[in-house]
Design a protein around this ligand. Structure first.
Ligand code: ZN
Length: 245
């Protein structure tokens, strides 16, 4: 390090000009690094003749660093201006993203434990998945659609069935309370009911079924293909949009 420094004439001259006690040797190195970063900005903003002068000034203390900081701040202000341009562009993108939210798939609950898989159990098809959650926890539509059933529905207890635009259906069962009625149009993520223990249910949970062409299918791979991983409790709007497009 020392070897390298003294082999650079500019720096060497600077060090000679400003005798450096041991304490400030570190400071010099740091200051040079700072100014080094600011040189481009200084060159543009203050139109300094050459880098040599910057190096020498840097040894004189914080004034130059301050100048460099100012130049950087100025440059950042310029960038902020162009950032606000890109924010406008982002806002435009956001609008088109909002248009695309019809394609979004989401998790039905904020907090839950996956307790029951889809499949045959006790000789009977368990046609959905069970997600244990606190009594009364709001559950949300995994996808936009139209409510085609809402009310007490035999073993399902208080249940909501939502038909999506692609013709698939989601059934949310064993609710304590329903917050939508038949004919309502809901968005993905809209709260449609509260977790309960109604119907043929043993323990407070949400039973979620997905029907494709009127037949139940395993919601786990179905949702995973749409960017929602029930087991990992991850929802990816972008993956969902990608899957939908
Ligand atoms: Zn179930």
């Amino acid at each position: 390090m020392r070897q390298r420094l003294s082999s650079e004439p500019d720096r060497y001259r600077g060090r000679r000009r400003v005798p450096t006690p041991p304490r400030s040797r570190y400071a010099v190195a740091v200051t040079s690094a700072f100014v080094g970063a600011g040189v481009v900005a200084l060159g543009a903003a203050a139109n300094l003749p050459d880098q040599k002068q910057v190096d020498v000034q840097s040894l004189k203390g914080l004034g130059t660093v301050q100048a460099a900081d100012d130049a950087l701040a100025e440059r950042e202000a310029g960038q902020a201006a162009s950032r606000s341009d890109s924010r406008d562009a982002a806002a435009k993108t956001k609008v088109s993203a909002a248009d695309a939210t019809a394609d979004v798939w989401l998790l039905p609950l904020e907090e839950f434990e996956f307790t029951g898989p889809y499949g045959v159990r006790w000789g009977k098809l368990h046609a959905g998945i069970d997600l244990a959650a606190h009594e009364g926890l709001p559950y949300k539509a995994v996808h936009a659609g139209k409510v085609i059933q809402a009310g007490y529905y035999g073993g399902y207890g208080y249940a909501v069935t939502i038909q999506h635009d692609d013709g698939t259906e989601a059934i949310y069962a064993h609710s304590r309370r329903l917050l939508v009625k038949k004919g309502d149009v809901v968005k993905a993520g809209q709260v449609i009911g509260q977790v309960g223990n109604s119907g043929a249910s043993y323990g407070t949970h949400l039973h979620l079924e997905i029907h494709v062409d009127g037949k139940p299918t395993d919601p786990i791979p179905f949702l995973r293909q749409r960017g929602v991983d029930i087991k990992l409790q991850v929802e990816s709007v972008y993956a969902g949009m990608a899957a939908a497009s």
